[in-house]
Design a protein around this ligand. Structure first.
Ligand code: TMP
Length: 210
């Protein structure tokens, strides 16, 4: 059985994903896992980073929701095929800041594209390529957006309404199944507590799945 895994971190803006990625890497290293790469979506390759800029930049031309979905998938396919799959094949562990669940939550929940369409798109290009583990940081839009507003100018997606993020979160919550492949963490708590919880839950998961 292949031992190295594909781990994804998910959550709304301001959930603390960037910090959590470092915490996941540290926890893996404490379990003697050394061969790790960290990527983000959209992004992670030169082409996918250009797509990231397109999706983030505020411009006068309003982006059509289907265009946004396809851009997210274009970036994802580029990253999966050129970086993630080869890394997994070479025995590396991969930590990705976001994956397909983001499309289901943001373009499905937030923008209202049918789940069936997103799943068809996924199936068409990525088949059953899903993470071994998803760690979902659950933050309320109110707390998450306040954290983001305090640190930088808002981008095209971050500047959407609270209602958009409520619908996005609702889809996350609906899809975070109570099973082995998902860990849900309350990210409204302070960073220290969240870090401790991720370390503990991930260590337990590794004991069962490594
Ligand atoms: P972040 O990496 O700072 O979270 O920024 C990525 C942004 O892109 C964030 O607003 C969520 C959004 N996004 C989608 O809307 N759909 C997707 O499939 C992905 C991967 C990201």
């Amino acid at each position: 059985m292949q031992k190295n895994k594909f781990i994804v971190i998910e959550g709304l803006e301001g959930a603390g994903k960037t910090h959590a990625c470092k915490c996941i890497r540290n926890t893996l290293q404490e379990h003697n896992i050394k061969n790790i790469i960290l990527v983000r979506q959209p992004g992670g390759t030169p082409i996918a980073e250009k797509i990231r800029q397109l999706t983030k930049k505020i411009s006068q031309e309003k982006i059509v929701k289907e265009t946004e979905l396809l851009l997210m998938y274009a970036a994802r396919i580029q990253l999966v095929e050129t970086i993630i799959k080869p890394a997994l094949k070479n025995g590396k562990w991969v930590i990705s800041d976001r994956h397909s669940l983001s499309s289901l939550a943001y373009q499905g929940g937030g923008l209202g594209i049918k789940k069936k369409i997103i799943l068809q798109l996924h199936d068409l290009f990525l088949k059953n390529f899903f993470p071994d583990l998803t760690i979902y940081l659950d933050v309320t839009p109110k707390i998450g957006l306040k954290r983001v507003a305090n640190r930088s100018l808002l981008d095209q997606i971050e500047s959407r309404s609270v209602n958009f993020f409520k619908k996005t979160r609702a889809v996350y919550l609906k899809n975070i199944n109570n099973n082995e492949n998902f860990i849900k963490i309350n990210a409204n708590l302070n960073i220290h507590t969240v870090t401790k919880k991720i370390t503990k839950e991930l260590s337990n998961w590794l004991k069962k799945n490594q």
